[in-house]
Ligand binder design. Sequence first.
Ligand code: NAI
Ligand code: MG
Length: 335
Amino acid sequence: MAATRVTVIPGDGIGPDIMSATIRVLDALDCGLTYDYAIAGQTALDKGKDLVPQETLDLIEKNPVALKGPITTPVGKGFSSVNVTLRKHFDLFANLRPALSIPGVRSRYDNVDTGTRRGNLGGMDAGAARPAGGGGEGAERRRVIPRRESRRLVRFAYEASGRLNRRRVTVVHKANIMKSTSGLFLDVARSIAKEYEDIEHEEMIVDNCAMQLVMNPHRFDVIVTTNLFGDILSDLCAGLTGGLGLAPGANVGEHKGIFEAVHGSAPDIAGQNIANPTALMLGAAMMLEYLERNEDAERMRKAIRFVVGEGKVTTPDLGGKASTSEFTDEVIRNL
Ligand code: NAI
Ligand code: MG
């Protein structure tokens, strides 16, 4: 297979530690990837550049995929999140967050295998916000649910479910109260669901969904929902399977994907070589799958899951004593 160029953004805080660990595993797989390094976030600001410099946008544009470390969102006026900026700029309409138990990892449930497909464009991330009325007595934020984005997202969820032999799609909404916005999303979902007779279509109100996920996560297969609900429910799902340190995520559009860990830049443990690189490594495995290098993806995922599950060489967040590099060595030994 020809070489594929990957745009690599190490990111802030623990980003460089977990990114170099992940690249070591990709190199050990020897699957013909080459890298273009780019900067964003605090790292870019420190060099006197924009939060997302034009060179970075150009490199992401040039290559089919990007692998992105966590980015510190500077606190203050005028900074929007790098993640939201990239999703909009590259029209990455779907955010995929699988939640898959790793046997051996202590968590509330075993054998959870679900995933959230969350709308990236539209919803609360897209709405304009303003203080309402005079004197700071309140504030408001508009929620916009675009029909085209909803269609693309729901179709994507059903298409992927068919390919992966998923049996049920749960559409999560709040159309009983938010009749216009959630109502539109639900309407779109119903009309698309009709085209996929082999996959069960289910509808669930978001608050009930949160409870059902905690009580019986095994009943869920694929969840598809709008931006804010997906943000919250996917973290809940990560919590069911061992926490954010293990949760990968992907942002995909028609022609491009940006792969990442769900967690942030963890400034409290930055530069100490103790961060857990599992989530970013699993994000890289999703990237390999997106590039249709399924065998490499499977080798990588298997080795990571084995080492984490066995629990002999793990980082402190999982109760172990290993450094980031020792954990990475162990993953490479098990490829
Ligand atoms: P965080 O996820 O960075 O950290 C929360 C807690 O989890 C900390 O105690 C941290 O040490 C621990 N943790 C996170 N990842 C870990 C890992 N791989 N290994 C071991 N421990 C880990 O969330 P926080 O502190 O709220 O945010 C820090 C910064 O990250 C903020 O600037 C925030 O805006 C940014 N952030 C960026 C994201 C992204 O780029 N995708 C996502 C979430 C937050
Ligand atoms: Mg979130």
